[in-house]
Design a protein around this ligand. Structure first.
Ligand code: NI
Length: 170
């Protein structure tokens, strides 16, 4: 299990670096990220969320095999947009509707460095966009209006009072 970094941690706001080594260490990181994601009962987890400022994210939607995206870029988005209630393991306990394109085409590499292109819709398209944002220092709350974002952050701080207090002490 890896530690999950949360709102306020600088690593969540950094632009991630490209991955150039497709070696056993990358596979170990990917495995550890999948274990962490499953344990936290999430659907997606990106490098910065475990303190690794590199372009990697894992998606695990129940009923489907885990998918790894290395050095991804979204090359096409649909004109059609839709709302979906998002949450984030780095902003635990709060959720809010976010409007995003309904489908996307993403180019990435797998754990062996092999390039692939994937067209996704529905939940998968949603998770890919959310996780891809993490690689550029963007959180889903950044997509909200200022008043909605403030409300979500207030609610987050209220729900995580004890944990945030402990965090300040270390
Ligand atoms: Ni997230």
């Amino acid at each position: 299990m890896l530690d999950i970094y949360t709102l306020g941690d600088d690593v969540l706001r950094e632009e991630c670096k490209d991955i150039t080594e497709f070696d056993p260490a990358l596979r170990m990181l990917a495995d550890a990220m999948l274990d962490t994601l499953d344990e936290a009962d999430g659907v997606g987890l990106a490098g910065p969320q475990v303190g690794v400022s590199q372009k990697i994210f894992v998606v695990h939607i129940s009923g489907s095999a885990p998918m790894y995206f290395i050095n991804p870029s979204i090359i096409e988005t649909s004109i059609e947009e839709c709302p979906y209630e998002e949450g984030c393991l780095s902003v635990p306990g709060v959720y809010h509707d976010v409007i995003r394109p309904a489908s996307v085409t993403v180019q990435a590499q797998d754990l062996d460095g092999k390039p692939f292109t994937l067209k996704a819709e529905g939940l998968l398209a949603r998770v890919i966009q959310h996780e891809n944002d993490h690689l550029h220092g963007v959180l889903y709350i950044d997509h909200l209006s200022e008043s909605d974002r403030k409300a979500v952050i207030r609610s987050y701080e209220r729900k995580n009072k004890a944990r945030l207090k402990a965090k300040k002490r270390v």
